[in-house]
Design a protein around this ligand. Structure first.
Ligand code: ZN
Length: 162
């Protein structure tokens, strides 16, 4: 055994762990399950090839992503980590929709509470008047999207494929 105990990979593969073993830095003998999973999903020789193609400083990241992917594939044999990604993407878009609805509700409540100003105030309130106007046109757009006053010509100029 050459004095040192073999890394998790060499132990599982029942081979001598040399001092330039490509797995040794990433698969220590006290975490045998990590290599066992990666070996089961990807195969030891594929993992070895993948690591050899990478510069030294990127190998640790590659190993942790391989471990993550193997883990996901074991838990979900059909979708693997794609299952986790699409679940999270779904959650993100649901939350974005909830956020947009909440923001629209806030705008509507603000519009109901503030009556439209008849005249722009000439003193320090210039900015709030502009913001107020933007809010009211946004609220209009949300309440009556079909009668929005966005000119169709402008849309065509911005999106020539429509
Ligand atoms: Zn080894």
């Amino acid at each position: 055994m050459g004095g040192n105990s073999p890394c998790a990979s060499c132990k599982l593969l029942r081979r001598r762990c040399t001092k330039d073993c490509i797995f040794a830095p990433f698969f220590p003998s006290d975490e045998p399950h990590k290599f066992a999973m990666v070996h089961k999903v990807f195969g030891a020789s594929n993992v070895s090839k993948m690591l050899q193609e990478l510069p030294l400083h990127q190998r640790a990241d590659a190993v942790s992503s391989l471990v993550y992917e193997a883990n996901a594939r074991m838990r979900d044999p059909v979708y693997g980590c794609v299952g986790a990604i699409s679940y999270l993407q779904n959650q993100v878009s649901q939350l974005q929709m909830q956020l947009a609805v909440a923001q629209a509700e806030i705008l509507c409540i603000q519009m109901q509470q503030e009556p439209a100003l008849p005249e722009p105030q000439m003193d320090a309130d210039d900015k709030s008047f502009v913001v107020h106007n933007e809010l009211s046109s946004m609220a209009q757009f949300m309440n009556h999207p079909s009668t929005s006053n966005v000119p169709q010509e402008a849309l065509k100029r911005e999106y020539p494929w429509t």
